[in-house]
Write a protein that binds this ligand. Sequence first.
Ligand code: CO
Length: 211
Amino acid sequence: MTPVEKLLQSNKAWAAEVKSKDPDYFERLSHLQTPEFLWIGCSDSRVPADKITGTQPGEIFVHRNIANLVIHTDVNLLSVLDFAVTHLKVRHVIVCGHYGCGGVKAAMTNHDYKYVLNMWLRNIKDVYRLHRTELDSIEDLEMRTDRLTELNVKEQVLHLAKTSIIQRAWKKEERPRLHGWVYGLKDGIIKPVFEMDHHSRIDPMYEYDDL
Ligand code: CO
């Protein structure tokens, strides 16, 4: 059996097991999606949103990219954000990074990863530059990388708050709450590092006053 055939076989076994425990499960879920959370995480295969939070299908709306970046020109991410916030009306948006992130590590080198990856990683280099004094003062490379991972998550939450999508929902419905988390590959524990809600102030330059 090829690895891909094995995936399909495991899928059949999983579907049969779920159905045997709860015969209406798929029928019920197919009619309704009301997740409370939007998860913006890293594409890293070791950080599956539902497994590490013990949630079931239907509970988390998910977007993942390399190093969990929120980029204001990323139509993919913004579409997910708009749909989750404006239409699904999620109550929480979670940006979850993880220690040992390959994207963060790569951004800390001067290696040429060629055009597209250079472009993507450039956003993490910008986060480093914003916090250069603090980061340069940390001598141990692993500790410095861990701290950049935390600061990156915080910066991405701030990016969310700069969007009209979040500001409009804050103004009209006092939700969602924004969370910046970092997951530990070595212990499986999530560390909350930053939070914002409709009371939070953002740099006035990014505030829309006619929403
Ligand atoms: Co990663």
